[in-house]
Write a protein of this length. Sequence first.
Lengths: 293, 352
Amino acid sequence: MGFLSYLISGISLGSVYAIIALGYTMVYGIAKMLNFAHGDVIMIGSYVVFCAVSVMGMPPGIGILIAVVVCTVLGVVIERIAYKPLRGTSPLAVLITAIGVSYFLQNAALLIFGAGAKSFTSVVNIPALKLAGGALSISGETMVTIGACIVIVIALSCFVKFTKSGRAMLAVSEDRQAAQLMGINVNGTIALTFAIGSALAAIAGVLLCSAYPNLTPYTGSMPGIKAFTAAVFGGIGSIPGAMIGGILLGVIENLSKAYISTQLSDAIVFAVLIVVLLVKPTGILGKKVSEKV
Amino acid sequence: MRKLSKTTVNNLITYGIVIFAYILVQILLATGSLSSLLEGLLVPLCTYVILAVSLNLTVGVLGELSLGHAGFMCVGAFSSAFFSVSMQEAIASDGLRFFLALLVGAVCAGLFGILIGIPVLRLRGDYLAIVTLAFGEIIKNIINAMYVGRDSSGFHFSMKDTTSLGMAEDGQVILKGPQGITGTPGDSNFTIGVILVLITVFIVLNLVHSRAGRAIMAIRDNRIAAESVGINITKYKMMAFAISAALAGVAGVLYAHNLSSLTATSRNFGYNQSIMILVFVVLGGMGNIRGSIISAVVLTLLPEMIRGVGDYRMLIYSVVLIAMMIFNWSPKIKNWREAHPLLKRRKRGEEA
């Protein structure tokens, strides 16, 4: 039973990584940039929920809604101010700007909320599910997290496949110039991608902090990096890949924490990533792009 | 007098800047006009300059994005600190011990560079970046879980805790997992730091302007074309990567011998540090060694200079960083700058 419960909590952690990784992977697919500030948008989303629910006493549902709106606006504003002027230049320049944005968000949160850890009250109040005569207990947070991840992945896949703006995203990620010639509003599509990615970050932040209720200005940074490796793991640019990568990463992390060593769990996660990339250099579901001479 | 070539003049200017800065600091120190805070920053400043210059070799000259540079620094720091602590009695001369520690740090980091380079350099672009980041984190994590001690019967090694080392009474634990290494002799100082900076710059500049350097830049500019004229891609990539790692190791040695206790935290050896170094390189201009030196110095001093604004300093730092990136790189602002007569930059030759 011990193994099963570690596995389930691993899937739950992995679902959070998957939701964050979706934001990374979509932005990467379309804007071809690593949005290092994504992890910090998660942190901002968590603080918004914390303020709304724990400080102002609003119901959790409204708190989450506010967080999603705030993060969406934040994502679009960041894109507009920091990334859009640099479109078409060296990807490294955009990367450094993203790092600058990440520092900015962290230090802004540090100024507003202080360095001390806020204890986040879980927004989920579903009782734990007891299975096998109480030997296996699945918490409400775990169920909600896994459920949310599945719903988001299905919804996002449908959005990309069946709606006009979703297909525009695919077209822009395939070939930006050709898409523009076909009359697609490239700037609008990129802004929409940032909006969706940031809204997902808000949800991920709430789920992350419900499971690990320690909220500091640096909360988002490590999960952000891990979710990024998850996106690479699953094949960057691919939506199902992000989910598979995220969940595998979460499971590996939790199982190595339980059975091998707590201190080395991060090392093991990264080692698995390296092995996967060496065997299959484009990730699990990544497309192989042939090289033009 | 023999006319010096343009490259030589350019290189001499770079060395001149470093030496001038050194003399300036010495004068300031002698007149006592440096605050103790800035004085404490002098050796870290040299460390950052070495790191930035060496990373520039990978990012600017070789053209591969590496996010694990702090990992090599970590290897250099810990291997040399380990060497110094365990040899403290055996080698009495501080200078000789520090020199050997430098070699140990550089060689260990260089070996790690080769070891990591073999798999990593097969990948390209962002994948390479994330794998180097992963290696950096792995190095930091493993050092945090390692325990090494020494007693009369030799060295003991464990991945669990101090007691599982099973040492004799006279044993001394040198590396204590997350507590790191304590009691490293404080052998490094600003003068040594500046000498190491000069050596680093000398190595990198000479490499860049040599046959090997031109081969490396050819690989950066067009890998397939380079391969087709018979350049051994793997060899030259590995060469640049290993030298860059070894120099980061030197920076680690300098760092370790400036502190009495050395621990591997995410602040000093984590990916944040690697990113910080990358910021120096990109802001200073990729492939431009002098730019790396200047931006490393300016960006390290900037948060201290604006200490007056208190809590807002890191916020201002990040805003300045974003603004500088946009001002430097945005196509619109570039056009505007070129149109504006006052801001028009002197047309520079295609310098490296």
